[in-house]
Every structure is written in structure tokens, then in C-alpha cells.
Design a protein around this ligand. Structure first.
Ligand SMILES: Cc1ncc(COP(=O)(O)O)c(C=O)c1O
Length: 418
């Protein structure tokens, strides 16, 4: 596998999506030096409360990462054999990975060529009476058109799982991403708009029943059906021992069925404490990204070979990714441009290869041609430029300069080939 260091780039792709200062260092120091636990303590509880309040919803459970959050979300919706799920093909593979284990049909919808989020019209065409859930991603921090999607969800009684890994702080008609659907999943990975020391995640919803399930399965307790027993076996009494913490451990319960075996997905106290500090800074981080995006928009709008992403007035974009598109009229080879930028100090990483064309999804029936807009955007038009709060103006100017030179270079190459 090809791996390279980005140390030599003038404008490296992001390694850290947020910044850290003395405030984070000081909370870490204080937790390490006080007498409290490092796991499952007051910091985690406070982080979850503050996060839920930030979204304006009832429950937020912190987890070790967003991949686990998505796995848990998939458990909560209780898919059965033969059910159908509709999903965006334009996301990181973790969004739909848990569905690979299920005996369900996953239908990939197409995306909107501007927002790169699932196109609600395309979702609508795929709905059948068997549709149990829809998985969407607010790609790059733009948001899915949630009102018509939730209207469909209400009409056809399916669950909407929102992958908000890119969209913390984004809003749609004044509502935060993560509060507009049934279940939302967040990532605090190093590259995300805030981070809990490199890895971390959150699952959020309003459902009391789901809260009980997540409370258990993230601490190695199964989601299972238990029944009280009144027949003794072994040298035990029916009175649960107080120091056993759970009644089942005193042989007072039988297990009739296991739905999820449980796992350890607890976020540590240190990570949660850093998450609390980062959450307070999120508005500034996102403002910084918005300023970078409008600076680039302003400069790149002069470049006729590029199409810029448009953001409707009712959406606040959190610019986890900054995306521009090669204008189809100009027939520029996107790969050649990306290679030129890589060779000339601007590190380009494209996100994301269409999920339905990954080998594991082709095994399940995914085919080229199934999602034409997604494929066209990915293979021909898409260019993600570095964006993160630590970028400085001279790096943005450098990026723009190299894009203009790169387009010129690609045009010349085209002429010399013909
Ligand atoms: C859209 C999306 N969903 C899910 C994930 C998985 O997040 P994590 O790394 O926290 O497991 C990512 C990570 O890059 C992502 O970009």
C-alpha cells in the first residue's frame, strides 16, 4: 500500500481538523492528577449532557468512535431478514458497513450534484413497503434536504439514520444536524471539526427505549430478553448479592434471547473532558472554516473551468470538506489536475469512492451505472481542497495559484495529445 508523509507539502491535507491549546492541556493534567476515575465518570456524563443540550435533543451517548455509533444505530432499528434499506453511496464506508452483516437489501440512491448529499427524489423512487430505514450523510458539512425526507419517513414509516461525522454544528432551517432525523451519529476523529484526542464518537436520539439499550450494550451488557427465575440451582440464594451490581449475576434471571452481545465502547474521562472544551470552541472552529471557504469561493469564482458548491440560505455549512468541481464544458482531466497539485505542494485527497462500487458491495449486487451522478462526480468532477482552521491566507493563495497553473497545464496536455 502506498503511504507518504505530507511534511513536504506547502498546503498539506488535514491531519488535525481542530486546534488544541493550554485549555485542553490543563483539563488533561487536572484529570490525571486528581483522585477520580479515568473511566465512566463525571466528565463523560457532563460531555453527554452538554452535547445533547447543544443539539436540543434528549439523549447523547458518547462512544469510542462513529463507526461503533453507526453499528449501534443499526442495532436499534431492528432490521429483519428481507427488509430494505436505502442509503447514500457517497460517504465513508463506515456509514453502511453494519448492513453488510444483515440479510437485508441495500438500495443505493443517487446524490444531488451540488450538495453531494442523498437526493431525496432519488430516495423516493426506491421506497417500497419493505423499506425500513434510510441512511444519509451530510457530506462535507452540507446538509441533506431534511424536510421532504422526513415527510417521506413519516408517510412510509421508516427510520432515518443521520451520519453527522462531517456536520457537527451545521444547521438546516435553524435545526442542528443530528436533531432532524431519528438517530444521529458523530465522529470526533482527529480530522473532524472537533476531536476527543484522535478518536471518539456520539450517538444521539430522543427515544427512551433506545437509551436503555445503548446504556447497556456500550458497557458489555447484552441487549437481551431476561426472565426472573424462582428455581434455585447451585449454592445460591434468590436474594441478589449487593456487591454483584446486576441481578442476573445472582442467578435470579434467565436469558431467553440475545439481540446484541454488548461490547466496551466507553469514551475515557480524559477524552470526554477534552470533548467538552472542544465543543465550546466549535462555533469558532466552524466560523474559521466558513471564512476559509468564502475566501476560496471568492478567488475561485473567477476561474471559469470550475463550478463552485452553492449553499442555500437555510443551510449553515460547517465545511468539514471544501469541494469544487471541474466544469464539464472544459473537458479537463481531473486526475491530471489532482496529480499536478500533489506534485506542486497542495496535497489532494479525494473523498469518497462510491460505496456501491467497493468490492464488498459489488458482491452484494452493486454495479457501475447504478448511481450515475455519484459516479460522474467522483470520476470526473470532484476536487476536495485542504480546509482546516490552522490554514493561513498565504496557503490559500498558494492553493488558488496552483489550481490556476494546474488547469493551464492540463489544457496544454490535452492539446498536445490530440
Ligand atoms: C462520513 C463518515 N462516517 C463515519 C466515519 C467513521 O468515523 P470514526 O472514524 O469516528 O469511526 C467517518 C470517518 O471518517 C466519516 O467520514
Amino acid at each position: 500500500m502506498r503511504k507518504r508523509s505530507n511534511a513536504n507539502f506547502v498546503v498539506p491535507y488535514l491531519k488535525k481538523g481542530s486546534t488544541f491549546d493550554e485549555e485542553e492541556v490543563s483539563v488533561i493534567r487536572s484529570i490525571l492528577q486528581n483522585k477520580e476515575t479515568l473511566a465512566c465518570g463525571v466528565e463523560r456524563e457532563a460531555f453527554e449532557r452538554e452535547f445533547a443540550d447543544f443539539l436540543g435533543i434528549k439523549y447523547a451517548f458518547s462512544l469510542t468512535n462513529c463507526t461503533v455509533a453507526l453499528e449501534f444505530a443499526t442495532h436499534l432499528i431492528r432490521l429483519e431478514d428481507g427488509d430494505e434499506v436505502i442509503a447514500t453511496p457517497f460517504s465513508y464506508q463506515a456509514t453502511v458497513q453494519p448492513l453488510l452483516d444483515k440479510n437485508v437489501t441495500v438500495k443505493f440512491c443517487d446524490i444531488d450534484p451540488n450538495s453531494l448529499c442523498a437526493d431525496v427524489g432519488s430516495i423516493e423512487k426506491l421506497i417500497t413497503p419493505k423499506t425500513k430505514a434510510v441512511y444519509i450523510t451530510h457530506y462535507g458539512g452540507h446538509m441533506v434536504d431534511m424536510d421532504p425526507l422526513m415527510e417521506l419517513a413519516n408517510k412510509h414509516a421508516f427510520i432515518v439514520v443521520e451520519d453527522c461525522a462531517h456536520s457537527l454544528g451545521t444547521s438546516y432551517k435553524g435545526k442542528k444536524s443530528g436533531s432532524t432525523a431519528h438517530i444521529s451519529c458523530f465522529s470526533f476523529h482527529s480530522m473532524k471539526n472537533i476531536s476527543t484526542l484522535g478518536e471518539g464518537g456520539m450517538i444521539a436520539f430522543n427515544n427512551d427505549q433506545w437509551a436503555k439499550v445503548i446504556y447497556n450494550i456500550r458497557r458489555n451488557e447484552p441487549d437481551a430478553i431476561f426472565a426472573s427465575r424462582n428455581v434455585l440451582f447451585g449454592p445460591y440464594s434468590l436474594e441478589p448479592y449487593e456487591f454483584y451490581t446486576h441481578e442476573k449475576n445472582a442467578f435470579t434471571e434467565d436469558c431467553l434471547k440475545i439481540m446484541h452481545r454488548g461490547t466496551n465502547a466507553n469514551l475515557s474521562e480524559v477524552c470526554a473532558a477534552v470533548g467538552r472544551v472542544q465543543l465550546k470552541k466549535l462555533k469558532n472552529f466552524n466560523r474559521c472554516r466558513q471564512n476559509i471557504a468564502s475566501y476560496l469561493d471568492n478567488k475561485l469564482s473567477q476561474v471559469e473551468e470550475l463550478r463552485l458548491q452553492q449553499v442555500p440560505g437555510h443551510i449553515t455549512h460547517s465545511y468539514h470538506l471544501y469541494t469544487v468541481f471541474i466544469h464539464p464544458e472544459f473537458n479537463i482531466d481531473r486526475n491530471a489536475l489532482a496529480e499536478y497539485l500533489n506534485q506542486n505542494g497542495v496535497e489532494i485527497v479525494l473523498r469518497y469512492f462510491p460505496i456501491h462500487l467497493l468490492p464488498e458491495w459489488r458482491l452484494k449486487g452493486g454495479k457501475y451505472g447504478q448511481c450515475p451522478t455519484t459516479e460522474y462526480i467522483w470520476f470526473t468532477e470532484l476536487l476536495n481542497l485542504p480546509i482546516y482552521p490552522a490554514l493561513i491566507e498565504s496557503q490559500l493563495d498558494y492553493t488558488v495559484e496552483k489550481i490556476i497553473q494546474g488547469l493551464e497545464h492540463c489544457r496544454q496536455r490535452k492539446v498536445s495529445y490530440s
